[in-house]
Design a protein. Structure first.
Lengths: 215, 395
């Protein structure tokens, strides 16, 4: 599935981007299937806004977003749920875990929401690779930010997807953990033949990007 | 598996005690409604059921209320026709009375008796005695008679002991011929009467109708008399409409047979009160349940929104929520039906001892009503869940 943006501008940012050009806002962008896309965005340029628009979480924009041939605005709630279960996965900047559930339950939620593609042991394997196996049975609310970020990463990798959208996925991780997490993500994307879009403040070499954009 | 996790996320935000109260309200409402239906069914069964058919009760002898100021207490043909037209009257039989003087006496000196007498006749269909001897051949001097059972009782338990006479069985009375003398222009015309049956229904001395018609033509000395009594056949002597009609038209009947009418009015009132209370309570229970669902959804709004953001479909959430509410409803309905079934069994055993027969199991109407209530509950729950989940899904 390709994701196409046509003259997309969030209304709150409209005035700013009429004056200056942007790689994404107010232009024609085709995010092709299997591409590994990096969006570099300084603070305040609408990085999180872009992620939320792409995930159909906000509608206050002009221009169009297409999933394949479908106008994102017109896709009904039931279909969006199916897309979020099978085609598009996400790692939020603000993580969005259920604080009262344990780390394992948070991850398992996305494993069993649709037909599971992985057995439960995969949670332990991934957790071990990211160094969070010790907190799996702890409520997510009392985990540190770095731990919560890794829980969110594993959660996003539990489901099938064609696109993985990541909003500053390593912001709370040190270099070593970032390397491990990026390796796991790259591995899982390759397994699925999937593309991703990652936003960050700076340039990095966490992945072998096929395309770069400046917001 | 998914639902196990959902259960941890969407805990009922309203607490156990409130859900218990809502359940209790529904339970009482159901009990009232179901018992109203079951009581109605039982009552109809008592009224119209074959085993409870009392042949006496379906025939009523109706006459005008005797009023000392009014010399004429007969029923006019207009009144009889009007009675015939009433929906609760199946048939009307007029009692014809004799218009000549009759006396009866014993043929033997062993039971000496003499009495002045009268005859009445009514169409055979209205008589509760079936006897092959109940017919009169024109020209015959033998007349079959039907006398009230009370006559024999009066004799056996009142007259005979006081006069030192032997008590008689029905069979003995039926073997004794009676000499009947008809007075006609100063002459005595003799007939032989024989009792062929005893009636519980009509308190009169009955002769076959064709005999009385012939005898009235032959010996009648007075103008054709008016009808003073009729027998009506009705499928439901307890019908309050019948009782009201008789009262409004100054007629009376055996009060014992229509006393059911009063019970019936009481039962009707109880049933309606139970119905109305049950329906109102059901309405409140439905309201409480839908508020309950709204509150649960509202109090876990953030969790539901996050679930939807993470890709949970509205229909998954609806199914999950319905699973939280519907089993409770089903249990309440099943328990109410079982309780009503138990009460019905106890009632049946109690009434059987009083010789009233109702079914030991609850009726299909009762089960149908329970299913209907369940369907309504499901519908209300489903609509509420869908409405409030969709509100969150669109947000």
């Amino acid at each position: 599935m390709d994701i196409k943006l046509r003259n997309l501008v969030p209304r709150p940012l409209k005035d700013r981007f009429i004056l200056r050009s942007s790689g994404i806002w107010n232009s024609e962008v085709d995010l092709r299937h299997k591409e590994w896309v990096k969006v570099k965005a300084p603070s305040g340029t609408g990085k999180t806004t872009l992620v939320h628009v792409l995930f159909k979480m906000r509608h206050d924009y002009e221009g169009m977003v297409y999933y394949g041939d479908r106008d994102l605005r017109t896709i009904p709630a039931g279909d969006i749920a199916t897309i979020r279960q099978k085609q598009v996965s996400i790692i939020f900047q603000d993580l969005r875990l259920f604080e009262n559930l344990t780390a394992r339950e948070n991850i398992d939620l996305k494993r069993v929401m649709q037909t599971a593609i992985y057995p439960p042991e995969v949670i332990d394997d991934m957790a071990e690779r990211l160094g969070i196996q010790g907190i799996l049975n702890q409520p997510a609310g009392i985990c540190s930010y770095g731990e919560q970020q890794r829980i969110a990463i594993v959660r996003a990798l539990m489901q099938p997807f064609e696109w993985l959208i990541m909003d500053e996925p390593f912001s709370h991780l040190d270099k070593d953990n970032t390397r491990k997490a990026a390796a796991l993500i790259a591995e899982e994307c390759k397994k699925r033949n999937a593309g991703f879009l990652v936003t960050d403040l700076e340039d990095d070499d966490n992945f072998d990007y096929t395309r770069h954009y400046d917001l | 598996m998914f639902n196990t996790i959902l259960k941890k996320i969407i805990r009922s935000g309203v607490g156990k005690s409130r859900s218990l109260m809502a359940g209790l309200g529904l339970f009482i409402a159901l009990l009232l409604i179901l018992s109203a239906v079951q009581i109605q069914v039982n009552y109809n069964e008592l009224l119209y059921g074959k085993t409870n058919q009392d042949s006496i009760a379906n025939f009523l002898v109706v006459n005008k209320r005797i009023n000392g100021n009014n010399p004429d207490n007969s029923l006019s043909s207009a009144e009889i026709n009007n009675l015939r037209k009433q929906p609760f009257v199946d048939a009307v039989g007029e009692l014809t009375s004799s218009r000549f003087k009759i006396s009866a006496q014993s043929p033997s000196d062993r039971f000496p008796f003499y009495t002045d007498l009268f005859f009445e006749s009514v169409p055979d269909a209205f008589i509760d005695v079936k006897s092959s001897d109940w017919h009169w051949q024109p020209g015959s001097t033998n007349i079959p008679l039907i006398i009230p059972n009370q006559f024999l009782d009066l004799y056996n338990f009142g007259f005979a002991p006081s006069q030192n006479l032997i008590q008689l069985t029905q069979a003995m009375v039926m073997t004794i011929p009676v000499v009947i003398n008809v007075q006609f222009h100063g002459q005595t015309v003799p007939f032989t009467g024989r009792v062929v049956g005893f009636s519980d229904r009509i308190s009169s001395v009955l002769v076959p109708q064709n005999f009385l018609e012939w005898a009235n033509r032959q010996f009648g000395t007075q103008q054709s008399t008016k009808t003073s009594r009729v027998v009506i056949q009705t499928s439901d002597p307890g019908n309050p409409a019948l009782v009201r009609y008789l009262k409004d038209n100054g007629m009376v009947t055996d009060a014992d047979k229509t006393r059911f009418s009063k019970y019936r009015q009481i039962v009707n009132t109880i049933v309606s009160a139970s119905w109305i209370t049950g329906a109102v309570m059901l309405l409140f229970a439905l309201l409480v349940f839908s508020l309950f669902i709204q509150l649960t959804i509202a109090s876990t709004k953030n969790e539901i929104r996050l679930l939807i953001t993470l890709g949970t479909s509205p229909s998954q959430l609806q199914r999950f929520l319905m699973k939280q509410f519907v089993p409770g409803n089903v249990i309440i309905v099943v328990v109410s039906v079982l309780l009503i079934a138990l009460l019905q069994l106890l009632l049946q055993m109690y009434l059987a001892r009083q010789n009233m027969h109702i079914s030991p199991v609850i009726s299909f109407y009762t089960i149908g009503t329970a299913l209907l209530v369940l369907a309504v509950l499901w519908l209300v729950n489903h609509r509420t869940v869908r409405k409030y989940i969709n509100e969150n899904a669109e947000a």
